[in-house]
Design a protein around this ligand. Structure first.
Ligand code: GLP
Length: 241
């Protein structure tokens, strides 16, 4: 896995944004996947500003969501859908809902929801680029420690660490217990995967991700099995290396 280290989070986000713009310029009809959570927010902001300035046109791209908390929809502050729409989709000129396939955490039939999203990815012949955050326990999307590596979309019980960390996203107690997510197969089959981490609190998991052979116990290590994987980290996240 390629590792790119940056002095600050801002420089990391700018470099990631520029890289994504290059991908879209090379393949304007790319299928892109951006994680929710805090990590990608600065990069998404960079991209939204660039799109507003006309430096990049997402008009022909398609987007698939990475994951969602089961039981939550866009109405809930802190859901993945709300995060991505507020920070990115609703700020981008020239894209409409038909280009976006997002997990509905409120769907009654979660198996059908998995099939719907699997079908969207398959129809586009796979994902061109994924921007993934690393959870404190090494999860990527809701591919939790111990996840089956041969899965596409699936519903999974959340790891205790994920449940504990989840409170940072929500205004009130949500008691989330399950997640719906793209699978490890989607990640290893994607043309390019960018794993991203910033801040000192991610230093331990970054060190483990880099220095551990691919294992489902630390899902972020499985990114090393992807066709083309790169890790973007800032100085603080690199402090245990
Ligand atoms: C969350 C989300 C992921 C995210 C990851 C890291 O639980 N389900 O999409 O990438 O965990 O989150 P953060 O970037 O807030 O640390």
């Amino acid at each position: 896995m390629n590792i790119k280290k940056f002095l600050t989070t801002e420089l990391m986000a700018e470099a990631a944004g520029k890289h994504i713009i290059e991908i879209v310029k090379k393949k304007p009809d790319s299928l892109l996947c951006f994680a929710g959570g805090d990590t990608p927010l600065m990069t998404l902001n960079y991209l939204a500003e660039a799109a507003k300035q006309g430096e990049v046109d997402f008009g022909k791209c398609s987007f698939v969501s990475l994951d969602e908390w089961v039981g939550l929809g866009k109405e809930t502050n802190g859901s993945c859908k709300q995060t991505l729409f507020d920070h990115f989709f609703d700020r981008i000129p020239n894209i409409d809902d038909s280009q976006i396939c997002f997990f509905d955490g409120l769907a009654i039939d979660m198996d059908a929801e998995c099939k719907r999203v699997d079908h969207f990815v398959a129809k586009h012949e796979g994902i061109d680029f994924m921007l993934l955050g690393i959870g404190m326990n090494g999860h990527i999307g809701f591919n939790e420690p111990g996840v089956r590596v041969d899965t596409y979309c699936h519903v999974i019980d959340l790891d205790p660490v994920t449940k504990k960390v989840s409170v940072k996203y929500f205004d009130e107690e949500m008691n989330v217990t399950r997640g719906i997510s793209l699978g490890i197969q989607h990640i290893t089959e994607a043309a390019e995967v960018m794993l991203m981490a910033n801040g000192e609190k991610k230093a331990d998991i970054v060190e483990l991700t880099i220095n551990t052979e691919p294992t489902a116990d630390i899902p972020s290590t499985l990114v090393k099995n992807s066709k083309h994987a790169v890790l973007y980290i800032d100085d603080a996240a690199a402090s245990k290396l």
